[in-house]
Design a protein around this ligand. Structure first.
Ligand SMILES: Cc1cc2nc3c(=O)[nH]c(=O)nc-3n(C[C@H](O)[C@H](O)[C@H](O)COP(=O)(O)OP(=O)(O)OC[C@H]3O[C@@H](n4cnc5c(N)ncnc54)[C@H](O)[C@@H]3O)c2cc1C
Length: 387
């Protein structure tokens, strides 16, 4: 079986690498890394001007009509280069969701502005006490004439400080089951009553807490039917879960390999240590399996087949194996592995230190590995629902 992605994907790899070489400097990478917000308007708009933001959208919606393998390659290269791409990802999820489930107004008013790089969306699902169990959402949207008022709090609204809108899950009714009575709105971040506060993580990412106090929202900003927002959110979340972190794992493997083969102050190579060789092999296996799982999820999407539990499998394996490798390398190299990029004596240019801090969240956001494993058991093994 040939697992390569084909000549069109190879061409995208060449194109985006050329674009990155011309438009994304080491200084840009460092700034994005220090900022941690995952979005840079200047860089993002340059990307949009080349048509990359909407590259995977249908041509009739103004997109580039690129296939899922080309888009996988685009994201892979941007991620590996350290490009601040969370805004791009969010906009991809929301663009697709609005095209599939939005109104004509959404398709005319929002979708072209996402494609041109004018606007961006943050994802407003999680709340204090409502993360894995997203359907237990308590942020209330209540009728105000023909329109709505929103009250409550969202948590972990990444890019909420740079985006113009939050794709927000709200409760509009209390019915017999929690996933009923939910409604999705596109809430402007500059609306009266929206307060976005920073949350800095140990992984170096900047996320946000968002407080909503009697926020006025037009009914035209509602996505899907009133009280039936669960299907809208499931559609958007489904796009997120099939990804995993194989691109980051590949970059980590390359950093570890480069370090293992670099001569140290004592003239020796880390590679001479059998424990280093064994860990390189283990990291390579994890990276390859994560890559293949992601390719399979992409293939299912390219063939318009149902993902089943394969998306959950992809993200769960990738998140947990990357965490395992980051911890194993830190343990192996000892205290020097705690030195960060730019510090004297940092191992592998600080890659181990960064991964050690960053990988725990990969097992949390977009669905924790525990929840994803239970989904795999239910969907792939047809075991009884455990939640
Ligand atoms: C850096 C960062 C960025 C994020 N960005 C966003 C964002 O942009 N938008 C957004 O909406 N959210 C975002 N999130 C939120 C993320 O999706 C949630 O943190 C995640 O869904 C887990 O929810 P929780 O934190 O409330 O943990 P909980 O749901 O309280 O879970 C705590 C622990 O209990 C386990 N657990 C819970 N229920 C079960 C069960 N039934 N069976 C077995 N184990 C269970 C979990 O696996 C976990 O280990 C972000 C989170 C982080 C850390």
């Amino acid at each position: 079986m040939d697992f390569r992605l084909g000549p069109k994907a190879d061409e995208v790899r060449r194109e985006i690498r050329t674009w990155l070489a011309a438009n994304f400097s080491e200084e840009d990478r460092r700034r994005a890394h220090e900022d941690g917000g995952g979005h840079d308007w200047d860089l993002y708009r340059k990307l949009a001007a080349e048509g990359w933001v909407s590259a995977g959208w249908p041509v009739e919606m103004g997109g580039g009509g690129r296939d899922p393998y080309e888009i996988l390659t685009l994201y892979w290269e941007l991620c590996k280069a350290g490009f601040p791409w969370i805004g791009l990802l969010n906009n991809g999820f929301i663009g697709h969701t609005l095209m599939a489930m939005g109104t004509d107004h959404h398709r005319e008013h929002f979708v072209p502005r996402i494609a041109s790089g004018e606007i961006a969306f943050a994802l407003g699902y999680s709340e204090p006490g409502s993360g894995s169990d997203v359907a237990s959402c308590r942020t209330m949207a209540t009728r105000d004439g023909d329109d709505w008022r929103i009250n409550g709090q969202k948590m972990w609204t990444t890019t909420g400080h740079t985006a113009q809108y939050i794709f927000m899950l709200t409760r509009t009714a209390t019915l017999d089951r929690p996933h009923k009575g939910l409604t999705v709105f596109l809430v402007p971040t500059d609306a009266e009553g929206v307060d976005v506060q920073p949350v800095h993580t140990m992984g170096g990412e900047r996320s946000n807490a968002v407080y909503l106090s009697n926020v006025p929202v037009s009914d035209s900003a509602r996505v899907g039917e009133v009280d039936k927002g669960w299907s809208v959110v499931r559609f958007a979340l489904g796009l997120e879960q099939a990804m995993g972190y194989a691109d980051l794992q590949e970059r980590f493997l390359e950093d570890a390999r480069r370090w293992a083969l670099a001569e140290q102050a004592d003239g020796g190579l880390p590679f001479d240590d059998p424990r280093v060789r064994e860990q390189l092999g283990q990291t390579a296996i994890h990276t390859e399996v994560a890559r293949l799982l992601r390719h399979r999820s992409t293939w299912l999407s390219a063939e318009s087949r149902p993902l089943g539990g394969k998306g959950a499998m992809t993200k769960s394996f990738s998140g947990s194996s990357y965490l395992e490798d980051a911890q194993a390398w830190t343990q192996l190299v000892g205290s020097a592995g705690l030195l960060a990029e730019g510090e004297d004596g940092a191992v592998a240019g600080g890659a181990f230190e960064e991964a050690f801090r960053q990988t725990p969240v990969n097992t949390i956001y977009g669905g924790t590995v525990e929840i994803l494993r239970s989904l795999v058991a239910e969907v792939e093994l047809q075991l009884p629902k455990s939640r």
